[in-house]
Design a protein around this ligand. Structure first.
Ligand SMILES: Cc1cc2nc3c(=O)[nH]c(=O)nc-3n(C[C@H](O)[C@H](O)[C@H](O)COP(=O)(O)OP(=O)(O)OC[C@H]3O[C@@H](n4cnc5c(N)ncnc54)[C@H](O)[C@@H]3O)c2cc1C
Length: 398
């Protein structure tokens, strides 16, 4: 692909280029030449410019030998001395993707005192755990951690690298993708590995109106981040397998530009993503006080409560309670929604729940496309009835 570009520091806005352009694609504005959408890359202006202020940029497509990149690497995140559950979810997905191509699944783990987590990874079916355990890696130092994972990637040449879409993962994955001049797709909701080893990275795009399928065709590795609770967690095997390889810390990791001056552990907050039972209120609720019924039902069912985005926008709930693309992904055993229409931005982040009950007055509400039990009715009749039935202890009747 080619593109004509103006070097602003050289251009004096003389206008010669605009005069010679056969497509009228150059305008002079603010004393500078500017290329508009009519440009056909003919480069007549490049030759005409007396200041060499116009250049033709050519983009070369790099094509790596894909056969030299095999296997799947999972970045296993350890936070506060514990393996983040998204890491094992990713290993489960990696094993499923790897099987038809006979690929190995390996993991990289970075930090200080991570031996226990490295050992734990051996119970999830990875072939090799590459571990980087050193005082210099205490706290998340993005540059130092990236140097370690880069080391594993150079050593093992994986075709695919999976990273959790956590605060750490979202910082680490782009750094790594840049180091390898390759592609990264954030927040994938589905992954499919083609027989030719191209990873189809599926995620909502354009405000959730389409599910985009993104493929990194020419380069390797293929980086994808995935949010917590999107993939199935694999069953922990009682027998450990595979091996742990403790790698020397790459030099770059000791030269981190990030200095950790102090740190303070934030007490872990209860997250709606961890709830087994969720009761959800949507815009069908008429006033903020009505959320009390949602909370009450959640309490009676031993679960937690959540909302759709409009309720957060109204200031009725904090955004940590929001389900959806710009909120959290949830996957409880039971979810009951009241007055939620089921827009794609909401539904795509809860449709993997084990059992979905939805109450809506509109029989055509899209939420019914994902609900296992669809209740067409008024939440102001159903919700109080449910609460009083549960309070009476006669819920066997429900
Ligand atoms: C980029 C982007 C990101 C977004 N991210 C999110 C996100 O993270 N989370 C999210 O939720 N939304 C998100 N949205 C907004 C999303 O598109 C919807 O607007 C939103 O989910 C609608 O919320 P709702 O279902 O509560 O409200 P509505 O769509 O207004 O639905 C209310 C429903 O209540 C029903 N109802 C009304 N009265 C009653 C009653 N008495 N009893 C029973 N049912 C009743 C109605 O029939 C209706 O179906 C996002 C949008 C964009 C563009």
């Amino acid at each position: 692909m080619a593109k004509i570009a103006i070097l602003e520091r050289k251009c004096d806005g003389c206008g010669l280029c605009a005069g010679v352009c056969p497509f009228g694609a150059i305008e002079i504005a603010g004393g500078l030449a500017q290329i508009n959408g009519g440009c056909k890359n003919c480069a007549t202006c490049v030759k005409a410019c007396p200041k060499q202020a116009i250049i033709k940029l050519e983009t070369k497509t790099v094509q790596v030998d894909k056969t030299k990149w095999r296997g799947i690497l999972v970045f296993a995140e350890v936070s506060a001395g514990k393996l983040h559950p998204v890491s094992t979810e990713l290993i489960g997905k990696a094993l499923e993707l790897a099987a038809p191509l006979n690929y190995e699944v390996n993991a990289a783990v970075v930090g200080e005192n991570i031996a226990e987590s490295a050992e734990e990874l051996r119970h999830f079916g990875v072939r090799t755990v590459y571990a980087y355990d050193d005082k210099a890696l205490y706290g998340f130092k993005a540059d130092a951690w990236a140097a370690c994972v880069e080391d594993t990637i150079r050593l093992t040449k994986p075709s695919v690298v999976l990273v959790g879409s956590t605060l750490v993962g979202r910082s680490l994955a782009p750094r790594l993708a840049t180091r390898f001049h390759t592609g990264l797709t954030a927040d994938c909701t589905q992954l499919v590995l083609r027989p030719d080893s191209d990873l189809v990275q599926i995620r909502p795009a354009f405000g959730g109106n389409i599910m985009a399928q993104i493929v990194t065709q020419n380069t390797r590795p293929q980086f994808a981040t995935v949010r917590y609770k999107v993939m199935d967690a694999p069953v922990r095997r009682s027998e450990a397998s595979g091996e742990i390889v403790y790698r020397p810390i790459p030099k770059g990791a000791y030269d981190s530009k990030i200095k950790l001056l102090s740190s303070q552990a934030i007490p872990p907050k209860k997250s709606i993503s961890d709830a087994e039972v969720l009761v959800v209120g949507g815009r069908g609720l008429k006033k903020q006080q009505d959320l009390e019924m949602i909370r009450e039902l959640a309490l009676l069912l031993g679960g937690d409560w959540a909302v759709s985005r409009p309720l957060v926008e109204k200031g009725w709930a904090g955004n940590e309670r929001q389900i959806g693309l710009s909120g959290r992904t949830v996957r409880p055993r039971l979810i009951i929604t009241f007055g939620v229409s089921g827009a794609i931005q909401f539904a795509s982040c809860m449709n993997m729940s084990e059992y979905i009950v939805s109450v809506n007055t509109d029989p055509d509400a899209p939420i019914f496309n994902v609900a296992h039990t669809a209740v067409v009715g008024d939440l102001y009749e159903i919700l109080p009835e449910l609460i009083s039935t549960l309070k009476e202890g006669s819920h066997e009747r429900i």
